[in-house]
Write a protein that binds this ligand. Structure first.
Ligand code: GUN
Length: 283
């Protein structure tokens, strides 16, 4: 089975659009999302443009703040604090990575946890770690939704996450643990990765290296979620998993593109609805 993230994400966006109308009707306020991009990282430009477009299509208010590469940390912190206090803004996203002169941790610390729709700040990250309510990171939420849509048993399953970033690897490991999977978190220094992959009923690949997980390693009947978005030697867009072979062995697998990517944006919008409802006392 090829897991159609594009179609699932479209359904979520339609649900979000209905919620936007509902919130407007009940509270007389349009949910609003502020997007901050600093500098001209090409991937960030594409991501933020996609997020703004999706925002518009659901009828949400979108506020794009594009700041120059040389923006100082105090200037960015001032903008974040201004948005914290802006009643028309219910969610704030600071696109990562940030330029060298800015400490991303300090920016995430400054963001109000109620508006932290990426779930990257210490309060929301801590809530996830301790099993409390909060805003959950978007890509990991999207991955769990894809696993559920593909009817993947998680309880007692061996789940392998490859990649230990704060954005995907660590939080998705916590979500899988919450669902009672036996979770292994592998990374660049893991020994015998091929054998780890060979044992995994569920594989989440989030390393950012073109086709580094070979199709022949995949356990027969596994479910494979590929978060990678890379170009191979031939310049073709591809994931972290060698899809042609992996798709012969897996029970279900996500394509690249059209798998995880659209889900990140869908859950960003969904988190903004959750944040707006909480701030407007509609939960
Ligand atoms: N950079 C890569 N992925 C993400 C994401 O989901 N959110 C933000 N803010 N930055 C990112």
């Amino acid at each position: 089975m090829i897991i159609d993230g594009k179609a699932i994400a479209a359904r979520i966006r339609a649900e979000v659009a209905a919620q936007v109308r509902e919130i407007e009707k009940r509270a007389g306020v349009r949910p609003g999302l502020a997007l901050i991009r600093v500098g001209n990282d090409p991937a960030s430009e594409i991501y933020v443009r996609g997020k703004a477009k999706a925002c518009q299509e659901t009828g949400m208010a979108g506020f794009e703040h594009i700041l120059p590469e040389e923006t100082t940390q105090p200037a960015l912190l001032e903008l974040v604090r201004k948005l914290n206090g802006d009643q028309t803004v219910h969610g704030v996203l600071v696109q990562l990575p940030l330029p060298r002169q800015i400490d991303a941790g300090a920016v995430l610390d400054a963001l109000s946890p109620e508006k932290d729709v990426d779930g990257f700040g210490p309060i929301n990250a801590g809530a996830l770690f301790t099993g409390r309510k909060g805003l959950r990171p978007c890509t990991p939420s999207g991955i769990l939704r894809l696993l559920d849509e593909a009817e993947t048993p998680l309880q007692g399953a061996r789940a392998l996450v490859v990649g230990r970033s704060n954005i995907v690897g660590k939080p998705v490991a916590m979500l899988l643990l919450e669902r009672h999977a036996t979770v292994t978190l592998a990374h660049s220094r893991t020994a015998a990765l091929d054998q780890e992959v060979g044992r995994a009923d569920v594989l989440v690949a989030a390393v950012g290296k073109a086709e580094m997980i070979k199709g022949a390693w995949i356990k027969l009947g596994a479910t494979v979620i590929d978060v990678g978005m890379n170009r191979n030697a031939a310049g073709k867009l591809c994931g972290d998993v060698e899809f042609p072979v992996a798709s012969q062995r897996a029970r279900a697998i996500t394509p690249v593109p059209g798998g995880v990517g659209p889900m990140t944006i869908a859950y960003l919008l969904s988190n903004t609805i959750q944040a707006a409802k909480a701030q407007l006392d509609l939960s």
